[in-house]
Write a new protein. Structure first.
Length: 213
């Protein structure tokens, strides 16, 4: 089953299980972002900002240190509470041997706390770098960060989700999901950014693009 098929299956489950009024509030933000005129994310040809973030083991991981060893596939996702994100990360994990064979690195970033990232790595069996950006500084530098509006904070609280607590920060922030391929010179060679959190880039497309670098 392709990633798209898995995501469609999850979307069907979302539409079936989640009450209509909650669906409406969650999808309201997607529509607002799509219609806002905001151009989220870095564009192809842009220089990727360097960053240093902590992985679940407390190690400091720098983008440019990783780029010194080869191109990087950089993923921004919402968190382990998001089933669409988990499906994406598991799909990318399956393609990790091919990514490694091409001399590339895979890095995933979310605003969740390192403890939650550790739990996710163990639960999903992820062997690539999963980094925490709880204050959203890196997500902001990649033009992906947004504050959840009050109405959506209220909706998620009804679902038992407090993102400020989950991310161990005082802000309700999330990134627009995105995937970037960055070459060794730090140039964005491919950018996939979509406010619709139910859509993600197919791993096969990533492999095809990496072969061109």
């Amino acid at each position: 089953m392709t990633l798209k098929e898995q995501l469609e299956q999850q979307k069907t489950g979302f539409m079936t299980r989640v009450p209509a009024e909650i669906q409406e509030e969650i999808l309201r933000l997607v529509k607002e972002q799509q219609q806002s005129g905001i151009d989220f994310g870095l564009k192809e040809g842009a220089q990727a900002p360097n960053f240093t973030l902590t992985n679940p083991l407390g190690e400091q991981i720098s983008l440019y240190d990783e780029l010194a060893q080869g191109p990087v596939v950089l993923i921004f996702y919402r968190g382990s509470w998001c089933p669409f994100c988990n499906i994406q990360l598991r799909a990318y994990q399956q393609f990790l041997p091919e990514i490694d064979k091409l001399g590339c690195r895979l890095i995933a970033i979310s605003p969740q706390s390192p403890d939650n990232s550790l739990s996710q790595k163990e639960k999903e069996g992820l062997t690539f770098q999963v980094l925490s950006d709880p204050n959203g500084h890196v997500e902001e530098s990649y033009n992906l960060l947004y504050e959840l509006p009050d109405y959506l904070q209220h909706t998620y609280k009804k679902l038992g989700r407090d993102f400020a607590e989950f991310n161990n920060t005082d802000r309700w922030i999330l990134p627009v999901p995105a995937t970037f391929i960055i070459d060794k010179e730090g140039v964005v060679r491919l950018a996939y950014v979509d406010p619709d959190f139910m859509k993600r880039m197919e791993p096969g497309e990533i492999i095809d693009q990496l072969k061109k670098i």
